[in-house]
Write a protein that binds this ligand. Structure first.
Ligand SMILES: Nc1ncnc2c1ncn2[C@@H]1O[C@H](COP(=O)(O)OP(=O)(O)OP(=O)(O)O)[C@@H](O)[C@H]1O
Ligand code: SF4
Ligand SMILES: [Mg+2]
Length: 371
C-alpha cells in the first residue's frame, strides 16, 4: 500500500508563518528526558479488519509488540503482510467507519483504540510521528517548507512565531540540509527527493516525539541517499532518545540499524527477537526464506523478495499455519498439524518468539531444506 497523507485538518492549521525574516543560528535540540528502554508503545492483541465485497479483510490479527525509548524496532514482511496497516492503527489513522479495530494500543499511557479524534491529533504531533516513503504526502505543496515545520511547532508549543521560525531552521540544519535559512523559504518542489525526505523527518521530529514510525522511508531513493537517510534516523534517535519503528522490505537495512525485529506474515507476527539474533539464526521458516531470498552482496542490488508461491488472500486465509502452502519444511512436523492448527506465538529461546509447530526449528533450518 502506498503511504497515506497525514495533514492537519484545515481547522487545525494555524496561519502559515512567513519565512522571509532572517533566521538565527540553530540551537541544540532538547532530548527526551526519560529512561532509555522505557516502553512507549504497547500493542496487545491488535486486530484490524476492513469490509470488502468478498468478505472481511483480516489485515492484522493477534498482534502484540512493544517499542522502547532509545531502541529501533524493524517490522519486516512481504507486501501486504500488514506492516503499514498496523502502524497506521498506532496513530489512529484508520477511518472508524471503514475498519474494525480491536485489542489495545497504549501510546505513552493513552489508549488509542476507540480514542477521540482530539486526543489522537494531540498525540500525533506531540508524542508520535510518522514518516512515509513519499514525502510529498506529508508536505503541503503550497506552503514553504520552513513555514510548515514552524506551524507544526507552534501548534503544540506556546511560543512566538519568531521562536517557531528559529526552531524550523534549526530542524532543517539538524537533518543535514545545507543553507537551512535559505531552504526554509523554499517550497517542497524546489527540494530534491533526498532533501524532501530530510524535510519530512524534520517535520516529524520538530516536537521531539517519543515514537517515530518510518514506513519504507528510503525505498524511493537511490542507494547513496538511502544510506544517508538511515544514518540520519539512527543519529537523530541517539540524540532524541526516541523509540523508532522502521518498516522495511530490506533485511540489509534491518541489519544496519535495528535493535529488535518483528517479522509479519499474512497479518500476524511470526517471529520476534533481537535483530542480530534473528538475522544470524532465524527460527521461523518464513524468516529463513526471507533471508535466503536476499540478493548476495556481490549481486546487483535487486531488493525484491522472492519466495516460492505468493502471500495468501487475507479474506480467505489458509487453514492452520498461514504459511503452510509455501513452507518447505512443513513435512518435518508430524501429522497434518501445519495444515490444521494455527500455531501460537511461543517463546522458543530467551527473548525470542516464533509462531511455528517445529519442535527444533534451528536444526531443521540448517539442514539445507531450502537449497
Ligand atoms: N483501507 C483498506 N481497505 C481494505 N483493505 C486494506 C485497506 N488498507 C489495507 N488493506 C489491505 O490490508 C493488507 C495489508 O496492507 P498493508 O498496507 O499493511 O501491507 P504492507 O505490509 O504495508 O505492504 P507493503 O510492503 O506493500 O507496503 C493488504 O492486503 C491491503 O490490501
Ligand atoms: S507451522 Fe508448519 S507450515 Fe508453519 S512455518 Fe512452521 S513448519 Fe512451516
Ligand atoms: Mg506498507
Amino acid at each position: 500500500m502506498s503511504a497515506q497523507p497525514i495533514q492537519p485538518e484545515p481547522a487545525d492549521r494555524p496561519a502559515i508563518l512567513p519565512m522571509d525574516a532572517p533566521a538565527p543560528a540553530p540551537k541544540p535540540v532538547v532530548p527526551i528526558v526519560a529512561p532509555i528502554g522505557e516502553v512507549v508503545l504497547q500493542v496487545t492483541d491488535l486486530a484490524v479488519r476492513f469490509p470488502s465485497d468478498e468478505g472481511p479483510v483480516n489485515a492484522v490479527q493477534d498482534l502484540s509488540y512493544e517499542a522502547r525509548l532509545g531502541r529501533t524496532l524493524a517490522i519486516v514482511g512481504e507486501s501486504g503482510s500488514g506492516k503499514s496497516v498496523s502502524s497506521m492503527a498506532v496513530l489512529g489513522l484508520h477511518n472508524a467507519k471503514r475498519s474494525t479495530i480491536t485489542g489495545s494500543i497504549l501510546l505513552d499511557g493513552h489508549e488509542i483504540v476507540g480514542a477521540e479524534e482530539s486526543l489522537l491529533r494531540k498525540l500525533r504531533s506531540n508524542t508520535a510521528a510518522m514518516i512515509f516513503q513519499d514525502p510529498l504526502s506529508a508536505l503541503h505543496p503550497f506552503y514553504k517548507v520552513g513555514s510548515q515545520i514552524a506551524e507544526a511547532y507552534l501548534a503544540h508549543n506556546s511560543v512566538s512565531k519568531q521562536v517557531a521560525r528559529k526552531r524550523a531552521v534549526e530542524m532543517l540544519d539538524l537533518v543535514g540540509i545545507p543553507t537551512p535559512e535559505r531552504r526554509a523559504r523554499q517550497f517542497p518542489h524546489e527540494f530534491s527527493g533526498g532533501m524532501r525526505q530530510r524535510a519530512m523527518i524534520a517535520l516529524g521530529l520538530v516536537n521531539n516525539p517519543k515514537l517515530l514510525i518510518a514506513d519504507e522511508p528510503t525505498t524511493a531513493l537511490d542507494v547513496t541517499v538511502q544510506a544517508q537517510i538511515l544514518d540520519l534516523v539512527k543519529n537523530l534517535q541517539q540524540e532524541f532518545g526516541s523509540a523508532v519503528i522502521l518498516i522495511t522490505h530490506d533485511l540489509g537495512v534491518v541489519a544496519e540499524v535495528a535493535d529488535d525485529i518483528l517479522v509479519m506474515y499474512a497479518g500476524r507476527a511470526v517471529e520476534k527477537g533481537l535483530a542480530k539474533d534473528v538475522l544470524a539464526r532465524p527460527q521461523h521458516p518464513y524468516t529463513y526464506a526471507l533471508l535466503q531470498s536476499l540478493p548476495s552482496a556481490s549481486e546487483d542490488s535487486d531488493r525484491l523478495l522472492t519466495i516460492k508461491g505468493s502471500p495468501p488472500s487475507l479474506v480467505n486465509l489458509p487453514s492452520g499455519c498461514s504459511f503452510h502452502p509455501r513452507c518447505a519444511v512443513r513435512d518435518r512436523v508430524p501429522g497434518d498439524a501445519c495444515a490444521r492448527t494455527l500455531p501460537e506465538l511461543r517463546t522458543s529461546a530467551p527473548g525470542r518468539q516464533i509462531r511455528c509447530h517445529l519442535a527444533n526449528p534451528e536444526q531443521v533450518l540448517t539442514e539445507e531444506h531450502f537449497a
